[in-house]
Design a protein around this ligand. Structure first.
Ligand code: PEP
Ligand code: MG
Length: 324
């Protein structure tokens, strides 16, 4: 299998009829970057920026962050990199920052909520990103956006930093894309204006699934209880696909499920055309998509709905076994 995946490395992922699915990789440290060339990823669909804040005893300096982000962009060699702003809180705690005790940290003061309340940290990180881009394209994504207002405010913070950098005479990004992670069901019901303002939306399936089922992703007693391939969840994904299509918003999926071949194929059948995953998953996911027909997967989803089935897992596994 390893040899076959290596063979596929420079081949784009598309199904038997030629429908393209873009496959990118998730990263979070410099050591991940060599995988870009090795895996055949088309870019970095999610660069998690938490680690540089978590693995130390004090707040990182702007210049150090800017240097690191610049090295990431250089290693990406023109491929698109989506930087996610700091997603702390919940399971990710910075030892040098005062936080209140929280009864329900996963639903608490985390991600963009912290960024919007502690604007100093967010602004410092945005400045580092702008300086790192240094005339190259820049993609920034805000985590756990729950409504339009949070996205608009975060976006304006970034635009204000761009203006400020311009005044200081720093080179600006050649092109700027600002997106939101869709990790709470509420954002799927945001007004059309949100989808039109966002340059892209990326589904954070790990958190979205946790909040969709009210099942803690950290809790062994419940974390495997509900299936990603349930018709409820896949129908919800189809709704998000439709809202983005209707509003012309680019959409991708970057949770762990994107790296599981059966799940990835089902997501593609539900209409996703861009997936971001662990680099090691790109070969297996590409191999499966190349052998499949996404129209057939879409038909399986519709058939299962008519049959009133709870999950697509059985029919997807049968379908994959039937493939040449
Ligand atoms: C997610 O929630 O799916 C995601 C990609 O972000 P994280 O796993 O870092 O919360
Ligand atoms: Mg998340």
């Amino acid at each position: 299998a390893a040899a076959r995946f290596a063979e596929l490395r420079d081949k784009p992922a598309s199904d038997r009829k030629g429908t393209r699915v873009s496959l990118a990789m998730n990263a979070g440290i410099m050591a991940d970057l060599p995988s870009l060339a090795g895996s055949g990823a088309e870019g970095v669909g999610l660069f998690r920026t938490e680690l540089q804040f978590l693995l130390r005893n004090s707040m990182p300096r702007r210049a150090d962050l800017a240097a690191l982000y610049a090295r990431v962009l250089k290693a990406a060699d023109g491929r698109r990199v989506i930087f996610r702003t700091l997603d702390i809180g919940s399971d990710k705690v910075m030892p040098y920052m005062n936080r209140p005790e929280e009864p329900n940290p996963a639903m608490g003061w985390r991600a963009v909520r912290v960024g919007l309340d502690k604007k100093g940290v967010m602004r410092m990180q945005l400045q580092a990103l702008i300086r790192a881009s240094n005339g190259r394209p820049l993609c920034v994504m805000f985590p756990l956006v729950a409504n339009f207002e949070e996205f608009r405010t975060a976006r304006e913070l970034l635009l204000r930093e761009i203006e400020r950098e311009a005044h200081l005479g720093h080179p600006l990004p050649e092109k700027l894309e600002i997106g939101a992670m869709l990790e709470t069901p509420s954002l799927a019901f945001a007004p059309d204006a949100f989808f039109k303002l966002a340059d892209f939306v990326s589904i954070g399936g790990n958190d979205l699934k946790q909040f969709f089922y009210a099942a803690d992703r950290e809790n062994e007693l419940v974390r495997r209880r509900y299936d990603t391939l349930s018709l409820s969840f896949i129908t919800f994904i189809q709704k998000i696909v439709k809202r983005c299509a209707d509003n012309g918003t680019a959409l991708s999926f970057c949770g762990e499920d994107a790296g599981r071949p059966v799940e990835a194929l089902t997501l593609a059948g539900a209409g996703l055309r861009s997936l971001s995953m662990r680099p090691a998953s790109i070969g297996p996911v590409k191999d499966l998509i190349l052998r499949s027909d996404l129209d057939e997967v879409a038909a399986i989803i519709e058939h299962a709905k008519e049959q009133g089935e709870d999950t697509l897992r059985r029919s997807m596994i049968d379908y994959i076994r039937s493939l040449p």
